[in-house]
Design a protein around this ligand. Structure first.
Ligand code: SF4
Length: 380
């Protein structure tokens, strides 16, 4: 696998990725049923879960039923903090070296492949524990599924494209029922025998609240689901990188998803964590139109929000093609003071810029009067 970012034909690579993601979502239900059947045929259990509460309940039930003593999590999932009980939580580095087995392992798959029914894990410490665990819960976000096994290496290289190496150091693919191996009680210590039994694997098809996006009439918003979590847009985002505080640091795709999924907190982050510079658009290996999505979310938020500052900022951003005319230190000073004053680190970033920062033009997702120009009232 060669890095797509070194490839001169990057534009056609990401067009291909976009088309494959589009095809998956176009027929998602059919693909997921194929995946479910394939996993059933391999002896894996599949459950469909809509939201975090149901996910917590499912895993908590397993913990209780199995009377788990040792549990390992290899997931960044918020689920982890919700599971409780009298069990020992074991770091996977420790589990790897320990002679004691785990009763339960909970992990996120990077990809699931429909036609082959494969679950794919990249650079996960959990993989070293696969032969030491009796029960496993694998969370498959339904937007992280690909339809065809022939496309797997292509997507792996895209997902890994921003790393030093383009091939994951540790790639594990579950393609069949795994066996749990343990020493047999009946044998003598000097002549150790082993027994093996099928590992109980529950695969959770997790919707993660995206049904709102899937049922949305807006095709633009669905494109946010094409994301393969490569992290590239965060790496190049000047606004995110200017915001050093971890809690304030949102990637462009997170801004879109948070805003579309959380109707109560619309506008909270959206307007103060982007400059719509377009750097993310240029690097996304799946060609997700991030600027268009951000602007679309601003437009939606603008209709439901009473926040006048957000409304003004939207009015500025929607005509941002014109903003280069105003891109001088005088304008920047007032822009930062008026709209970004509360986000100190972003303000500092803006104030320190010398070159253009409204430098990307694009087709807006809505009808716009081409004769309309920025009015003073928009920026005051
Ligand atoms: S939106 Fe960001 S994280 Fe998702 S695929 Fe594109 S660059 Fe990667």
């Amino acid at each position: 696998m060669s890095s797509p970012f070194l490839d001169r034909d990057f534009e056609s690579i990401r067009s291909k990725a976009y088309a494959l993601r589009h095809n998956y979502f176009d027929d998602m239900e059919k693909h997921l049923l194929t995946l479910e059947n394939s996993l059933h045929d391999k002896g894996l259990n599949v459950v469909w879960i809509k939201d975090l509460d149901s996910l917590v309940e499912t895993v908590q039930n397993q913990v209780n039923e199995l009377q788990v003593n040792r549990i390992g999590f290899d997931t960044q999932h918020p689920l982890e903090s919700h599971i409780s009980g009298r069990f020992e939580k074991v770091a996977l580095e420790v589990a790897e070296k320990s002679s004691d087995d785990l009763d339960l392992l909970v992990l996120d798959a990077d990809f699931a492949v429909c036609d082959s029914g494969s679950l794919v894990f990249m650079d996960r410490k959990s993989a070293c524990c696969f032969n030491k665990v009796k029960n496993m819960v694998v969370i498959v976000n339904i937007d992280q599924v690909i339809s065809n096994k022939n496309d797997l290496s292509f997507f792996i290289s895209l997902k890994n494209c921003s790393k030093d190496t383009d091939i994951p150091k540790d790639l594990k693919i579950i393609q069949h029922q795994l066996q749990y191996v343990q020493p047999s009680d009946s044998s003598y210590a000097s002549d150790q025998m082993y027994t093996q039994e099928p590992m109980k694997i529950t695969v959770v098809f997790y919707m993660n609240g995206i049904e709102g996006i899937l049922s949305s009439e807006s095709d633009i918003l669905k494109e946010s689901l094409y994301c393969i979590n490569c992290g590239r847009c965060l790496e190049v985002c000047p606004a995110a990188n200017a915001t050093l505080n971890e809690e304030e640091r949102f990637s462009p795709i997170e801004l879109v998803k948070l805003n579309s999924l959380d109707s109560y907190n619309r506008t909270q982050h959206l307007f103060s964590h982007t400059t719509l510079c377009g750097a993310c658009d240029c690097v996304c290996p799946v060609k997700i139109p991030l600027v268009k999505l951000l602007l679309f979310e601003m437009q939606v938020s603008n209709t439901v929000s009473k926040n006048s500052r957000a409304k003004q900022l939207f009015n500025i951003f929607r005509k941002r093609g014109n903003l280069n005319k105003f891109n001088n230190s005088f304008f920047r000073f007032f822009f930062v003071k008026r709209f970004l004053g509360k986000n100190k680190s972003l303000s500092r970033y803006f104030s320190g810029q010398n070159g253009d920062f409204f430098n990307i033009t694009f087709e807006p997702p809505y009808e716009e009067n081409p004769n309309e120009i920025i009015k003073n009232s928009d920026i005051e």
